[in-house]
Write a protein that binds this ligand. Structure first.
Ligand code: MN3
Length: 203
């Protein structure tokens, strides 16, 4: 089995001006492609990983090679990230909106906590909104290409939403201002997709 680069679900310029087309072209066509290629190399050299779904590899990553952790994470995280976004603003609704109010007090508080996690992640990594086994929402962050599916993650759960805080995600438009990028990014979050993920989460 070979992993393939998933196509972007929209055009490179669809998220302008929040995320510029050149960043999207490089991020998908170069970075995500490289994680995909290196994941395939890592799987080819590890018989124990062959034939497994990417989620199975990630949930047992503590017993696997670092190349699978870095590139399997990079492969999965970016596909999830592209599908977290869309052109045009949306807002949380229904059961997801109720859970946000219950667990954070409201959307403003969720966003503020998430942005703080993203700014506070030292070096490269990701900020996440996850659901725990009881359906409660939490904000967390991971270093490098780790994610909350991995058995090495400090906080595990079902990922609902993620933002990439590696410099390659924002440097062309935002330079070194990660906080500014995190604040602006909410304009392209696809809350309908987040709600679908929440509806499917274990609880
Ligand atoms: Mn990235």
């Amino acid at each position: 089995m070979t992993f393939e680069l998933p196509p972007l679900p929209y055009a490179y310029d669809a998220l302008e001006p929040t995320i510029d087309a050149e960043t999207m072209r490089l991020h998908h066509g170069k970075h995500h492609q490289a994680y995909t290629d290196k994941l395939n190399e890592a799987v080819a050299s590890d018989p124990a990983a062959q034939g497994l779904a990417i989620e199975e590899i990630l949930s047992t990553i503590s017993s696997r090679a670092p190349a699978l952790r870095n590139n399997g994470g990079g492969y999965w995280n970016h596909d999830f990230f592209w599908r977290t976004m869309r052109s045009g603003e949306s807002k949380p609704a229904g059961a997801l909106a109720d859970a946000i109010t219950r667990d954070f007090g409201g959307l403003d508080q969720l966003q503020s906590e998430f942005n703080t996690k993203g700014v506070g992640q030292f070096g490269s990594g990701w900020a996440w909104l996850i659901a725990d086994g009881a359906g409660r929402l939490r904000v967390t962050s991971t270093p490098n290409q780790d994610n909350p599916l991995m058995d090495v993650a400090a906080e595990r759960g079902t990922p609902l939403l993620a933002n990439d805080v590696w410099e390659h995600a924002y440097y062309l438009s935002y330079r070194n201002d990660r906080a500014d990028y995190l604040k602006a990014w909410w304009a392209v979050v696809d809350w309908e997709e987040v709600a679908r993920r929440y509806a499917r989460a274990d609880r």
